[in-house]
Write a protein that binds this ligand. Sequence first.
Ligand code: F6P
Length: 568
Amino acid sequence: MMEQPITELSNPLSYNIDKASPKEIAEILYACDLEIFYGWNETKGVRDENVINKIEQLAHKISEVIENACGAVVISGCGTSGRIAFLTARTFNKYLKSKGGNECFHYIIAGDDRALFTSLELAEDDPVVGAYRLQQLCQNKTDVVYIGVTCGLSAPFVAGQLDYTLSHLDIYTPVLIGFNPVHQARNLKIEKWDKTFFQVVQELEKAENSSKAYILNPIIGPEPITGSSRMKSGTTTRILLEILSLKAIHRQLSISELISMYESACHSVYKYTDDLGSMIDLAGASLTSGGHVFYLGCDGFGLMAMIDASECPPTYGASFHDMRGFVDGGFSALLNNDGDLSSQGPQYKISIEDFERDIVPSLASSDLVVFLGEDILHKVSESIFSAPCKRVFVSCYWPNNVPTTTTRSFSLSLVLELDVAKLASLNSDPLKALITKLLEEVSLKWVVNNLSTGAHILKGKVCQNKMVDVKVSNNKLFHRAVGIVQNYSSLSVEECTTILLKSIYDTDSLTADQESASVVAHIEVASCKDMVVPTAIVIASLGCNVSEAKEMLKSQPVLRKLVCALVN
Ligand code: F6P
């Protein structure tokens, strides 16, 4: 049997997270997040010396590229990884521009910009489109650092790009960021392609041995919700990309000092586990009673929150209405590749004006509005404060930058006091402002990840620490779903695959065509259905037929209760 990669393992620290109180949920998430800095088992997390050395060398290469008018730093990934690529490119281009430099950072996301805030997982499976997008973007470039991010060392989209760069090493310096040891890179056939991710990584290792490529893969342990790479892996991706970029622009910065700043931001956030617990409680009550959670923020805060919300549909089988984010200025503030997408459907209505027009009139007492940062309070109209919903305010507080007290009334105000001491040594104000912004954003990422994860746990969408209502929307998630079904039965992989297919095709007897169809064909059918995995879990544990399983799910909509009862 194939070894499970670390990013797909169940984290023992969170095994009982489904039975924890809201405050305990925050404590468990803290313990898991600390593995980013302290490592997992024998590993050292982001403090691994080998990783720090590689960051040092790579930052040097990036600084050369930044100076070159035909140079580019391209960051690419799928889902959260692509979204964080977008945020990083946006932040550092703004910074370079403010200093009169070239805006040489670029991002690519599988599924293009529509995937920035909505889930389009199937696009992750296409290595050919991945390579094509990169080739298009870099047509006139002569020196490119390409950074492919795939937390699980698995995304075919990124594999296609890495493979392309490996055959153009005269122009490209390929970099792979992920959080598994290289021998755990995915070794499954990629549809319509002749290599596996693992084979591409083997080539990359050869290039690395001759100093032509880099693999940055600190081991940070399994996710608190098994496989949910938007959490620790997403945060670590941010930290690595930001440290690399900061170090490339300001060579005097110390990598270890920068890591310590992120670590101290993490401790600062989790000093507030009581408040985080109360916030999770409020959000959980909203979702459980059929209400919604809306995040509002300016700039990076709004974008960070939208990224958080966008992962709830694939992870928890949530509807896009359940949790949504809105950013001041909407697309005009985004600086994204494809410009304004707001005409493409309700998912792409992302401005505060859209929120005030489409949502505020129907806000109910079961809804929760989360204001992120002080600035947003000056951007929204009074009507939000008289709506019958609940309101939470989250902001950051630096001892020398005390927020002005607001007269608004909130159900909860969470003002994080961040540690300013380490910033004091920086002698450039723009740099200080940039690092402050990055630390605030990562802090708010921890907060919103707590909120959305905790709320879905309270809604019953997590059993032990498994996402039992994951959407079967790409190859990786298909195989993860089979693993989850197997976890709740004593059946073989083959038997669980057959049961998952029965649930997907809604039949007790699969036709020969259904059985032999490709994984992509299964995904196309599964993507537009609800409760595919829960139905399969019930069938696997009770040996019942599809309609009986669906009846049971109707009678007990709190999934966790049903699955626990079955397991016991
Ligand atoms: O397939 C969906 C997803 O699991 C997202 O949740 C995640 O952000 C994305 O894949 C990227 O995964 P990776 O970084 O491992 O390629």
